[in-house]
Design a protein around this ligand. Structure first.
Ligand SMILES: [Zn+2]
Length: 313
C-alpha cells in the first residue's frame, strides 16, 4: 500500500514476463495457520505483496481473501494453496477496491475462481485506483489499472457462502472506502477485516469515513470478542488490538477538534496534532508516512469537504 509509486515497476515486470518468475512465498509473505484449513498470508515489510491476504479450505473448495498488489505475489499464494489441497479454487473475495488488494485477481480467475465483492468495488476498481499514481500517471500505468480483473458477482449488503458444510459469512461494514467487506468463518472464529482494521499501524484514510470506521471496529469487538482477526495490514490480532486501532481513530479526531478549539488552523494545527499523536502512536508502523495525511484528510472530513468516491448508482 505504501508502494503506489513503485507499483508500475512491479506490474510492468509482471506484464513483461514476471509471472514466469519462480513464485516463492518467502519473498512476499509469511504463512500462518489460524484455524482448521484457514491460513493468513501476512505481507513481509517492504515486499511486493503490499497487503495481507489469506485462504479458507472447505469440504469441497477454497475461498481466497484478497489478491495482493502484484500478480507474482498472487502466484506465490496460488502455489501455496496447491501444496495444501487438491480441492478447486472457487472464490476470491476482494475486501475493497484498493489496488494492493485486487491486482492479483487475474491469477485466481485464471485458476477457476469467481471474484466476489461489494458492488462499489466493481464500480471503482479501474477508475478510483488511477488516483494513486498522481498527475504524472503514464499510459502503461493507466492501462494496468484499466485491465485489473473485476468481480463478476457483486452484492450490496453481503452474502453467505458454503464450501461444502463450511459456512463463510461475507459482511459489508462501512468506513475504509464505502465498499468494504469482512470475511468471517464462524466455525473457527476467524475474521478477515480488510483495511477496516490495521494492526498497530496508521491507516490509509484517503477514502475513509472515520466515524463509520470507528463504529465498524466497535462492531468487531462486540460481535467477535474472542476472534482471531486478520487485518489488511500488520500482524494477526485480537479484540484488544482492534480496540487500540479504534482508539487511534478516536484520538486523531479528538486531537483535531481540541486544536481547533484552541484556535489553531492550517500548518500550526498540523504540527500540534502531529506532536500530540506522536506520544502514543509514534512507534506504530507508517507513522511518519501517514500521520500528516491522516490529519489533513480528517480535518477535511470533519469540515464536510472531503471528496469520497461516489457509490455505484
Ligand atoms: Zn490496503
Amino acid at each position: 500500500m505504501l508502494r503506489w509509486r513503485n507499483l508500475w515497476l512491479l506490474l510492468g515486470l509482471a506484464m513483461s514476463g514476471g509471472l514466469a518468475r519462480a513464485a516463492d512465498a518467502g519473498a512476499f509473505f509469511s504463512l500462518h495457520q489460524i484455524g482448521k484449513g484457514i491460513w493468513a498470508a501476512i505481507a513481509l515489510p517492504g515486499s511486493h505483496a503490499g497487503s495481507n491476504a489469506g485462504f479458507i479450505i472447505g469440504d469441497d473448495g477454497v475461498l481466497v481473501v484478497d489478491s495482493f498488489e502484484d500478480p507474482a505475489a498472487a502466484q506465490a499464494l496460488l502455489k501455496v494453496i496447491r501444496e495444501k489441497t487438491p480441492l478447486p479454487l472457487r472464490y476470491v473475495v476482494n475486501t475493497h477496491y484498493h489496488l494492493d488488494h485486487v491486482a492479483g485477481n487475474g491469477v485466481f480467475q485464471a485458476a477457476g475462481a469467481v471474484i466476489l465483492a461489494q458492488r462499489n468495488v466493481r464500480a471503482w476498481e479501474r477508475t478510483e485506483n488511477l488516483k494513486f499514481f498522481g498527475d504524472k500517471i503514464t499510459p502503461a500505468q493507466r492501462k494496468t489499472v484499466q485491465s485489473f480483473v473485476l468481480p463478476s458477482v457483486v452484492y450490496r449488503h453481503g452474502m453467505e457462502l458454503y464450501l461444502g458444510q463450511r459456512k463463510v459469512v461475507v459482511r459489508v461494514l462501512p468506513g475504509h472506502t464505502g465498499g468494504d467487506s469482512i470475511v468471517v468463518v464462524p466455525d473457527a472464529d476467524v475474521v478477515f477485516t480488510g483495511d477496516l482494521f490495521w494492526n498497530h499501524s496508521l491507516p490509509n484514510l484517503i477514502d475513509a469515513d472515520t466515524s463509520a470506521q470507528i463504529r465498524s471496529n466497535a462492531v468487531f469487538g462486540h460481535d467477535y470478542p474472542a476472534a482471531t482477526f486478520v487485518p489488511g495490514h500488520g500482524q494477526i490480532g485480537h479484540a484488544a488490538d482492534v480496540a487500540a486501532f479504534r482508539g487511534y481513530l478516536l484520538a486523531l479526531r479528538q486531537a483535531i477538534t481540541t486544536a481547533q478549539g484552541q484556535g489553531e488552523r492550517g500548518a500550526l494545527l498540523q504540527r500540534s496534532v502531529l506532536n500530540r499523536l506522536k506520544d502514543s502512536y509514534g512507534s506504530w508502523n507508517y507513522f511518519d508516512y501517514f500521520a500528516g495525511r491522516n490529519i489533513a484528510q480528517t480535518v477535511a472530513e470533519l469540515a464536510g469537504s472531503k471528496r469520497l468516491p461516489l457509490p455505484s448508482p
